[in-house]
Design a binder for this molecule. Sequence first.
Ligand SMILES: Cc1cn([C@H]2C[C@H](O)[C@@H](COP(=O)(O)OP(=O)(O)O[C@H]3O[C@H](C)C(=O)[C@H](O)[C@H]3O)O2)c(=O)[nH]c1=O
Length: 183
Amino acid sequence: MPFFETGFEGLVVYEPRVFHDDRGYFFESYNQKVFEAEGFERTWVQDNQARSTYGVIRGLHFQHEPYAQTKLIRSLEGTILDVVVDIRKGSPTYGKVFAIELSAANKRQLLVPRGFAHGYSVLSETAEILYKCDNFYNKAAEGGIRYDDPSLNIDWKIPAEHAVLSTKDVELPVLAEAENHFA
Ligand SMILES: Cc1cn([C@H]2C[C@H](O)[C@@H](COP(=O)(O)OP(=O)(O)O[C@H]3O[C@H](C)C(=O)[C@H](O)[C@H]3O)O2)c(=O)[nH]c1=O
């Protein structure tokens, strides 16, 4: 079975079957039937792609309802530490952090349901990330939580002197002060 539970409701790791031969490898990076069989199918409406260099930390971001997004994340090149925080009030894992290395080598994908803040750090020299979203970008609905919120105590695996963040991200609020309407 190519899906693995994480202990967080709806948050699953997907490991596609890879076919190796003397030419290289082939794998189906996405197949609707496979996701439908486990009830994980979504109507994907937008693909995002981002390239970053070592030490970049993007996040933690989410979009407020009704523009919240489920994301299906994978790395085309390099390695990231993908990090999510459950911000669904009432969830037994509210405020809890899940982190996993996604890489072109391990071909793992993370399915992140609506109601999570998402971010990643780049552990390789460069990383090219591709992710599907089941809702469109809406700038006015953007929300976020500081990457270094002491209550989350996230280890991004990047020495402080090498961390590279956007001005927007370093000014995000901590979880306790972030506007959050996820039931
Ligand atoms: C997200 C997004 C951004 N943009 C524009 C807005 C900015 O002019 C430019 C860079 O956006 P931003 O700095 O928000 O990019 P990231 O920091 O990579 O944001 C993403 O980082 C974390 C990891 C996420 O999970 C979200 O998908 C997203 O918030 O792209 C668009 O045109 N469409 C989009 O869907």
